[in-house]
Design a protein around this ligand. Structure first.
Ligand SMILES: Nc1ncnc2c1ncn2[C@@H]1O[C@H](COP(=O)(O)OP(=O)(O)O)[C@@H](O)[C@H]1O
Ligand SMILES: O=C(CO)[C@@H](O)[C@@H](O)COP(=O)(O)O
Length: 557
């Protein structure tokens, strides 16, 4: 029998990437990236040229199809394989990235009668303009004692489906009316590939307050938000919600022509980027925390039971791997804090020295920062440059650097920022571990583990846990391909379960990061100090960060 393959397509914030994977062992045979032609639309709406409000972030749905059109034929061409040997396709997406569609499943923004209204466009995950609606949802849910609220750590985010839908209703009721359904972009792309609209349990669970046993919150809750929302879940969010790995359908003839694949190829239901990465590092059982480390960190964990954990983003049964409760938490800025420092705050002499040595500024700082022992800088920081996503869930918190003297060096500050983000992860690890969801070992994927060894050693020391690193540089896309193989099934050359697919296809690097006992001991002391600052500034004892923000807003108006 000829070799069999699957294709995974990872839809990120700036671009989409297709990866062609050998099903026997997970080898990534070819990959190709298509930057979105319309980029992130966060300043000007293309059709009107009108300025968008602050905090808006939209995307163009045609860009998603462009990725299929350019990147899928390219991986087939590069690999030289017969398209008939591609047994399944899966995708993963940022989330909640959502759009309104009409009865035919067409995005309203592509129809001339609606395209001038920004609310007809795809709202990207980082569209943060629905914060007022999120606040109201949280207030009303808390008042009513909604039992689903603790499943989301006590607060839902402005990034999620209900806040975004409500913003559309409030600001553009005509678009709300015209929408036959609101879909996650991941489900919309699958509908374009197969002709079937099928909602997946991952985005429904984490981003749309859906629960396997209880379904959506009841109508009375939605009525309490706004009487016009009463029937939202049975009308514009209607439809069966199916587990990850389910076959959504088969590639249509039209899509086969566009992609160069064979009509009838199995297509898996949509998935989320961070969640798809979990089986791709071989994690299919509890106790192993997967960190997707880049500009931010998503922390993913499996558990046997549904526990309430302070500040977690959510817990969803079957939300990552069927048969387990999938937990998600996160830090809203990690690499972005290092980027801020490198771009905005290092002295010119550092940039010049790095250029002379032909290394980038991060690498220059890392080498020098690595020469310090834990605690030797005398510095401590709170990693809230972009607020706090877990455990405190407060976007109004800001960063703090403590302990500077006239002798403080840039590399010491850089090391302190690395450490601060590790302490942020430790808070999340402790929150889970202390609430009965074991965290025994860490797995890292994403860009940062490839870029900064010091950072990874600090994370191992601060958490006192081994860290295994993904062998793949395209972990979410590999995971998406694995779900594509599961959609195909073993009799078509794929796999019957994601656990089997992970056994054969997932890989981590041979070398791992182990905690160094003397570093662990010092970091334990520093973490106690971090925790004091964390609670003092984060739990209301000293609201100076919020006061500063309020004064800033007042004088800026
Ligand atoms: N050597 C480095 N050490 C630490 N951080 C780095 C280094 N090089 C780049 N970064 C940070 O990595 C982040 C990008 O990570 P990456 O995983 O590639 O992106 P994304 O999260 O968009 O997928 C940026 O925020 C950047 O500041
Ligand atoms: O929120 C989630 C996952 O739940 C992500 O899709 C979102 O943060 C986007 O992450 P990336 O920027 O793609 O790493």
């Amino acid at each position: 029998m000829s070799k069999k393959y699957a294709i995974g397509v990872d839809y990120g914030t700036q671009s989409g990437r297709a990866v062609l994977v050998d099903l026997a062992d997970g080898t990534e045979v070819a990959d190709h990236v298509t930057p979105y032609p319309h980029h992130v639309i966060d300043e000007i709406l293309p059709v009107t040229g009108k300025k968008l409000d602050y905090d808006w972030a939209l995307q163009h749905p045609a860009d998603y199809i462009e990725v299929l059109k350019r990147s899928v034929p390219e991986v087939i061409r590069q690999s030289g394989i017969d398209p008939a040997d591609v047994v399944g396709v899966g995708i993963d997406f940022t989330a909640c990235t959502m759009l309104p569609v009409n009865e035919q499943g067409q995005p309203l923004c592509l129809l001339p009668e609606y395209s001038e209204n920004p609310h007809s466009w795809t709202k990207l995950w980082k569209h943060h303009a629905a914060q007022d609606e999120a606040n109201e949802i949280n207030r009303i849910a808390a008042e009513r004692g909604e039992k689903w609220l603790p499943r989301y750590g006590g607060k839902i985010s402005s990034e999620w489906m209900m806040a975004k839908v409500w913003q559309i209703l409030n600001e553009a009721p005509e678009i709300y009316e015209a929408a036959d359904q609101f879909l996650e972009a991941t489900d919309w792309v699958i509908s374009q590939m197969t002709g079937n609209i099928v909602r997946n349990s991952c985005t429904a669970g984490y981003k749309a307050i859906w629960h396997k046993a209880d379904g959506y919150p009841d109508k009375e809750f939605f009525k309490a938000l706004d009487p016009r929302l009463e029937n939202l879940t049975t009308t514009k969010l209607r439809g069966d919600i199916v587990p990850l790995g389910t076959k959504a359908g088969e590639l249509t003839a039209e899509m086969a022509q566009l992609t160069g694949l064979i009509a009838g190829t199995a297509v898996a239901v949509g998935n989320v980027d961070a969640h798809a990465a979990v089986p791709a590092v071989g994690v299919v059982t509890p106790g192993k925390l997967v960190m997707a480390m880049g500009t931010s960190i998503c922390h993913m964990l499996l558990g046997e039971t549904e526990q309430e954990v302070e500040g977690m983003c959510g817990v969803v049964e079957d939300g990552i791997i069927p048969g387990y409760f999938g937990y998600e938490a996160g830090q809203s800025a990690v690499g972005d804090i290092f980027e801020w420092y490198v771009e905005e705050a290092v002295p010119a002499y550092v940039k010049e020295a790095a250029a002379l040595e032909n290394v980038n500024v991060h690498e220059w700082l890392e080498t020098r920062a690595a020469a310090y022992k834990p605690g030797q800088t005398g510095l401590l920081a709170l990693d809230w440059w972009n607020g706090n996503r877990s455990v405190l869930v407060d976007t109004n918190l800001t960063g703090l650097l403590l302990g500077c003297t006239l002798l403080t060096k840039p590399e010491e500050i850089y090391r302190t920022l690395l450490e601060a983000t590790a302490f942020g992860t430790r808070k999340i690890v402790d929150a889970f571990h202390g609430n009965g969801v074991a965290v025994d070992v860490l797995y890292a994927c994403g860009g940062l583990p490839q870029k900064n060894r010091l950072l990874m050693q600090i994370y191992a020391d601060v958490t006192n846990r081994e860290i295994k690193v993904a062998a793949s540089k395209q972990t979410p896309a590999l995971g998406a391909a694995m779900f594509g193989a599961v959609a195909a099934g073993a009799d078509k050359g794929g796999y019957d379960s994601i656990v089997e697919a992970a056994e054969k296809m997932a890989r981590v690097r041979e070398d791992s990061y182990l905690p160094i006992p003397e570093n662990v001991a010092i970091y334990e002391l520093l973490f106690q100090e971090y925790s004091k600052l964390h609670d003092y500034f984060g739990r209301g004892e000293n609201n100076v960060m919020k006061h500063l923000k309020a004064i800033k807003e007042e004088v800026t108006e």
